[in-house]
Design a protein around this ligand. Structure first.
Ligand code: AMP
Length: 208
């Protein structure tokens, strides 16, 4: 979210879109809730339809977008490339955090139930678990249970981690050290994007 503020482009988070659908009780939300609570992935076609619709909106078309939480499978990456063709993504960013620390961060994570802003037990909102940005209630995510986290990490290894090679082979990957404060990690991501924009060696896009 902070990255999208920095570049003044929409933050397109598939998780946030699904949570909004769950909250408003749409048919998609009713279907998604149980799958999300178990830590499973929703179907590729459904996710990519949702993404296609969102990135076709005027703000994303005019200014681009930060896609968060997607793609999570090579099928989704292929569908995204097809959607953007003859254009393409600028960069895929892999934020590298040791599993032990991921587990600690997920256990500590708290989110705004209205706007999705992230907080933690060690960095809570200023006033009484009320979101600093929109005033919404800040709570623990329903899928941040031990069982769902274990399942999400398992699916990450099997379905999402292969995307590191997938994007690397296409010269579209930046790997960023995700250990440290949110500010430090944000600055590393911005540096990786700027290096890419400047076309520095090692970040240049390879022909497909
Ligand atoms: P997130 O907020 O990105 O952690 O996503 C929360 C949950 O939404 C995931 O555990 C999945 O159940 C579902 N989800 C979000 N994005 C995707 C995606 N790209 N593909 C499949 N399921 C997704």
């Amino acid at each position: 979210m902070r990255l999208s503020h920095h570049y003044v482009v929409p933050h397109v988070s598939t998780g946030d879109m699904l949570r909004a659908a769950v909250k408003s009780g749409t048919p998609l939300g009713q279907k998604a809730r149980e799958i999300m609570d178990r830590g499973e992935l929703l179907g590729d076609d459904l996710i990519m339809e949702m993404v296609a619709e969102r990135i076709a909106e005027p703000d994303a078309r005019a200014r681009g977008f930060i896609l968060d939480g997607c793609p999570r499978t090579t099928q989704q990456a292929e569908a995204l490339a097809a959607l953007l063709h003859p254009g393409d993504i600028d960069l895929a960013v892999d934020i590298d955090v040791p599993t032990k620390q991921v587990l600690r961060r997920l256990a500590d994570r708290r989110v705004c139930s209205d706007c999705g802003a992230n907080y933690s037990l060690s960095a809570p909102p200023k006033v009484n678990w009320t979101c600093d940005i929109c005033g919404g209630e800040v709570v623990q995510r329903e899928d941040d249970t031990e069982a769902a986290i274990t399942r999400r990490l398992d699916l990450y290894e099997r379905q999402t981690a292969p995307l590191i090679d997938w994007y690397s082979e296409r010269g579209q990957l930046a790997r960023v050290n995700g250990v440290g404060t949110a500010d430090a990690v944000l600055n590393r991501i911005i540096r990786a994007i700027e290096e890419r924009r400047a076309g520095r060696p090692g970040t240049r896009r390879r022909r497909r």
